[in-house]
Design a protein around this ligand. Structure first.
Ligand code: DX5
Ligand code: ZN
Length: 217
């Protein structure tokens, strides 16, 4: 059986009671916490940054899975490392010198990911796959939680899985946006290894149970 990892997105957490939500996630079977960093430029929303990540780091030993939806992410790699990020994922569309950006992330001892917007073709990854740890497929247009899963993402995940098998089988596929109990099986069967879930987890009365269910196929 495939080991699926769940990365609940704090974007849908209760920011007035963040510590309580983190404690709940610490007790759950989620292996990571997904942190959505938005700058109001790359996407039309602004979330939180380095000081908040530092505080989150003090409250959990889980992997901090940091998804940068910001322009020029290369400017802040060290800051995110110092704040406690374990995985740093930058958007393909936001980094002009992606190869260098990925190298810098890895040199600092973090895992490096590349995220793709829904319209970006997975074939563009051919020359970066040898160097990355994960590819994050955005299955909604980035910017907000609680949106509907874009069905075309399943085709992208399948194509990406083929490319990964050919070029670098160590690369994990993370899927982010609109993941829920109705569609997670299809997403896993298409090739996903890590599922991000915001709304599905935090709108539930029993988030721990939802996280457990999303791991079961
Ligand atoms: C959207 C973010 C996602 C989002 C997922 O731009 O990257 O991580 O929080 O939330 P749901 O699961 O509610 O679509
Ligand atoms: Zn995200």
């Amino acid at each position: 059986m495939k080991n699926i990892e769940i990365s609940p997105s704090l974007l849908s957490a209760d920011f007035m009671n963040l510590e309580k939500d983190i404690k709940m996630l610490n007790e759950s079977s989620a292996s990571m916490l997904h942190l959505d960093i938005m700058d109001g430029v790359f996407v039309s929303n602004i979330t939180f940054g380095i000081p908040i990540i530092k505080q989150i780091r003090k409250k959990t030993d889980k992997i901090l899975d940091t998804h940068l939806m910001i322009v020029q992410p290369e400017k802040y790699i060290k800051e995110f490392k110092n704040a406690g990020a374990n995985i740093l994922t930058v958007h393909y569309e936001a980094s002009t010198h992606l190869n260098r950006t990925i190298q810098e992330i890895k040199e600092l001892g973090m895992k490096a990911g590349v995220a793709l917007n829904p319209h970006t073709n997975v074939n563009l990854l051919e020359n970066i796959l040898p160097y990355v740890d994960l590819i994050l497929i955005m299955s909604v247009n980035p910017g907000f939680g609680g949106q509907s899963f874009i069905e075309n993402s399943l085709i992208k995940i399948k194509k990406l899985k083929q490319l990964i098998d050919e070029i670098n089988p160590n690369v994990k596929i993370e899927v982010d946006g609109g993941v829920n109990l109705e569609n997670y099986t299809k997403i896993i069967n298409a090739g996903a290894d890590i599922l991000v879930a915001g709304n599905a987890v935090f709108s539930s009365k029993n988030p721990i149970e939802i996280i457990k269910s999303l791991k079961e196929i």
